[in-house]
Design a protein around this ligand. Structure first.
Ligand code: AHG
Ligand code: MN
Ligand code: MN
Length: 343
């Protein structure tokens, strides 16, 4: 089957992420190349984080053996290192006017010596970081928005607090058995696998489509006693216990990126409901939920906060949390139907 998004490629063509980004941009005569530059720089940051993650268990050993100068890095948690890599890769390109990260309380300004651009970047530098110590896949998630404030200087919170529908691009990187970057700039979701021997992301999953009905259910059901009755009813439905559907297979890694990625490719739903102790759930709307919702919808799936389409939510806080129901379209619709009783 030819790649429908890229008729100038065949299934066996070797296409780097850089060339793909440039070719996509060429389809839009009004594009200035700035967004392409952001995506390109993010791919570079992803490669650097990947190389750190791949050595995660070794930093202490190599440091202790004196075989390399670790410059204190053995003291740093990998999510701080990933945060610094993205900041340093993105702050001087002249395309961003501000950034925000799950790891930092306030906005990350563009240093005064660099030019400001018309976009803002929000990111979760290392998702699932508690899994690092046990060698389980982790990820990076990012979201790009166009500034809404006037002027050409520093951006502000107002530029960040936009509903997910305003995203111009979003993506994630999964550091799994291989490293993959999946992104969308609003024209389908496309996946690239890192060939570590040449240091290039190569197009491996053009035009990802998520099955309308999923086979996997990803949920941490240790919170069950704190769920509302409608949430419990929804879980009984997904598990086939109410006799209205075949049971789904439960798969929960505990790294959102890894759980989402499996469900995106194989079909499934990831849910992190609100519960009595966490009335707005755990996951962050701007750094985790919105970017994955953008990708998921671009792949034909759906995302909701339990009440409405997730990307309709107007954020009020940078670090705002949201319940999340994301994945195969029919399974998310089922959630919205059953959770109606929660309102
Ligand atoms: P982070 O490492 O960026 O803080 O995110 C962890 C998140 C997410 O990756 C995962 O799905 C979720 O936490 C797991 O939470 P529970 O342990 O409550 O299930
Ligand atoms: Mn996270
Ligand atoms: Mn994180």
């Amino acid at each position: 089957m030819p790649h429908t998004s890229m008729l100038n490629h065949s299934d066996t063509s070797i296409v780097t992420i850089d060339r793909f980004i440039i070719e996509q941009e060429a389809k839009f005569p009004e594009a200035t190349g700035e967004l392409s530059g952001i995506l390109y720089d993010l791919a570079v940051a992803a490669k650097m984080i990947s190389s750190k993650v791949r050595r995660a268990g070794l930093i202490d050993i190599l440091g202790a053996a004196g075989s390399e100068n670790v410059q204190g890095e053995n003291q740093q948690k990998l999510d701080i290192i990933a945060n610094a890599i993205i900041t340093k890769a993105m702050d001087h390109g002249g395309r961003l006017c501000a950034m925000a990260s799950e790891e930092e309380e306030g906005i990350i300004p563009i240093p005064p010596q660099f030019k400001c651009g018309k976009y803002v970047l929000l990111f979760d530098p290392l998702d699932g970081s508690s899994n690092i110590d046990v060698n389980v896949p982790v990820g990076t998630i990012f979201s790009v928005l166009r500034r809404v404030t006037a002027g050409t200087g520093q951006g502000s919170k107002e530029d960040m607090l936009q509903p997910g529908l305003a995203q111009v691009a979003a993506g994630y990187v999964i550091y799994g058995s291989s490293t993959m970057m999946v992104y969308s700039a609003g024209h389908g979701a496309h996946g690239f696998t890192l060939d570590p021997s040449i240091g290039e992301f190569l197009l491996s999953h053009p035009n990802i489509r998520i099955p309308a009905v999923g086979k996997y259910l990803s949920v941490n059901d240790s919170y069950e006693r704190d769920w509302s009755e409608p949430v419990k009813a929804l879980m009984r439905r997904y598990r086939g216990l109410d006799g209205k559907r075949d049971p789904m297979n439960v798969r929960y890694v505990g790294s959102l990126v890894a759980d989402f990625h499996r469900n995106l490719l194989g079909g499934g739903v990831f849910v992190y409901p609100a519960n009595r102790k966490a009335p707005t759930g755990k996951l962050r709307l701007l750094y985790e939920c919105n970017p994955l919702a953008f990708i998921c919808e671009q792949a034909g799936g759906a995302a909701a906060d339990g009440k409405r389409r997730l990307m309709d939510v107007a954020p009020t806080e940078l670090h705002q949390r949201s319940p999340l129901y994301i994945g195969s379209r029919d399974d998310v619709e089922t959630a919205l139907r059953i959770l109606e009783d929660d309102r």
